[in-house]
Ligand binder design. Structure first.
Ligand code: HSE
Length: 442
């Protein structure tokens, strides 16, 4: 260790000093000796770019002279730049400038990666530097490196993730307490799990950016955030969650990336974020609270599950510092991390072509011929029924009762399933389609 610490340090610049940035600065400082030993040279924090200079940051174990509001200048004098500002601007320009000035970049910026990943890779390639972003998906969980490197010799077929902790917390509370969506969100906000404006989480934007990154890496193709079909959890009702319970399932917001056969005969990518019922016995069914997990199916390895904390200062800093050590080792020993691999160039398919299963609850009149009509609506769209359950709700005195039908389908194209639901709604014998939810993993 003595030998390494006498060597010229590698200069590390940190852009952003919020919850994650503070953890990164603290670990870099407090674990300096171990990090130097692992890298082979010391890592020296040369500056921390912040938006406002005057804040009290005395709790951080760093020299106050390191704080600067001039991020553009800071990125020109570093060997490794860590970006934890988030958002597109000014993060993109700062990263590009850092690379042009010869720095490797470690970022947690999922929105930027999902919007402009190929341009960042191109700039990294041109400058001969590394681009790492493990923290952009599922916080502390090592999932991008396993897909990018450990599974590089395998054939990944499907990735299903619970990659948003806020929505997992909300859905878990709805399941365990019977609360409605609004009540569960309020509780999540009170406990600091959900933002004051929870739109990016509950509408699925955050998960969609992460799905785009996962699909790009898993299938060696370019997938951007805009390619991802997205439905959030705002429409998930207590009744939907109860219906799932009755099937021994839980409702989860899933990011699903899979390779599917195209109608034209080739292969394409289905990439989507939506709530779905999943069996409690499925590994993802037991992911509680704000935890994240990613389930990977590949041809040779079979099924793999990655589980852990998807957010928070220290967990996210762990992923960032892992990337920093890797990039630093390359600077010391030579070599570079993997470049973009988009050679497969698979097309992203419409949601209508995704193969899914539906769980549908329908209120119908309780009289002869109704079941046959309902079954005909499924048959007309070539959708095969897996199970049907009926329960009778008796009418008041002198009134006829009604029946609730619960239908679970076999797998079919999503377009056929949604057309079936539309037809059901138009049947004269159907009072109401009360719940529609996709089913995964069963
Ligand atoms: N807001 C995200 C979540 C964490 O709730 O999981 C950052 O990606």
């Amino acid at each position: 260790m003595t030998e390494t610490t006498t060597q010229e340090p590698l200069r590390v610049a940190l852009l952003g000093c919020g919850v994650v940035g503070s953890s990164v600065a603290t670990i870099l400082t407090e674990q300096a000796a171990d990090l130097a030993a692992r890298v082979g040279r010391p890592l020296q924090l040369v500056g921390i770019a912040v938006r406002r200079a005057g804040r009290d940051r005395s709790g951080l174990p760093v020299d106050p002279a390191l704080f600067t509001t001039d991020a553009a200048e800071l990125v020109t004098r570093a060997d490794i730049v860590i970006e934890v500002i988030g958002g597109i601007d000014p993060a993109r320009d700062l990263i590009l400038s850092a690379m042009e000035h010869g720095a490797s970049v470690v970022t947690a910026n999922k929105a930027l990666l999902a919007e402009d990943g190929p341009a960042l890779y191109e700039a990294a390639g041109k400058a001969g530097v590394d681009l790492y972003y493990e923290a952009a998906v599922a916080g502390a969980i090592p999932i991008l490196r396993p897909i990018r490197e450990s599974l590089a010799g395998d054939d990944v077929r499907k990735v299903i993730g619970i990659v948003n902790g806020t929505t997992n917390y909300v859905l878990d509370k709805m399941d365990s307490t019977g609360q409605g969506f609004a009540e569960a969100v309020e509780q999540a906000q009170a406990l600091g799990y959900a933002e004051a404006d929870p739109t990016a989480d509950v509408e699925g934007f955050d998960a969609a950016a992460k799905a785009a990154i996962l699909a790009s890496l898993a299938f060696h193709s370019r997938v951007s955030g805009n390619d991802v079909y997205r439905e959030g959890i705002t429409e998930v009702s207590a009744a939907d969650v109860q219906a799932a319970r009755e099937m021994d399932c839980v409702v989860k917001l899933l990011a699903i990336c899979e390779r599917v056969a195209e109608s034209a005969g080739g292969e394409g990518i289905s990439v989507r974020v939506h709530p779905a019922m999943i069996p409690r016995t499925h590994p993802l069914g037991s992911v509680r609270d704000a935890y994240n997990a990613v389930f990977v199916e590949s041809a040779a390895a079979g099924e793999l599950m990655f589980y852990g904390k998807g957010a928070g200062g220290d967990p996210t800093a762990s992923a960032i510092l892992g990337d920093v050590v890797t990039a630093a080792r390359h600077l010391v020993g030579g070599g570079r991390g993997p470049a973009e691999t988009a050679y497969a160039d698979l097309p992203v398919l419409d949601m209508g072509q995704a193969l899914t299963r539906y769980h549908i609850s329908i209120d119908v009149a309780d009289r002869p011929g109704v079941l046959a009509q309902v079954a005909q609506a499924f048959a007309a769209h070539d959708v095969s029924i897996e199970t049907v359950r009926q329960q009778i709700i008796p009418g008041a005195d002198g009134e006829s009762g009604k029946a609730q039908l619960i239908v679970v389908t076999h797998q079919a194209p999503d377009a056929a399933l949604s057309a079936t639901v539309e037809s059901l709604g138009q049947l004269e014998t159907v009072n109401e389609v009360t719940s529609v939810m996709r089913v995964e993993g069963a």
